[in-house]
Ligand binder design. Structure first.
Ligand SMILES: [Zn+2]
Length: 64
């Protein structure tokens, strides 16, 4: 029984650490930086600006 309890504790500690590193990003507050301005997105068929979060690396595109 003691083994099972310690395993559970380890797992939750790891999750807490991971969440802490990207709290702002996890809440949707990304640090957007323009990665590429005015690139042609063939899927949308128009020019878009590419943004990349400098913390977590997430990418978004915005139509001009
Ligand atoms: Zn982010």
């Amino acid at each position: 029984m003691a083994d099972i309890i310690s395993l559970d504790k380890k797992r939750s500690d790891a999750q807490a650490k991971k969440a802490k590193g990207n709290t702002l990003c996890g809440n949707g507050h990304h640090k957007w930086r323009i990665e590429q301005g005015q690139v042609f997105d063939s899927k949308k068929g128009k020019l878009v600006t590419r943004y990349k979060c400098s913390r977590c690396g997430k990418v978004k595109v915005k139509a001009l």
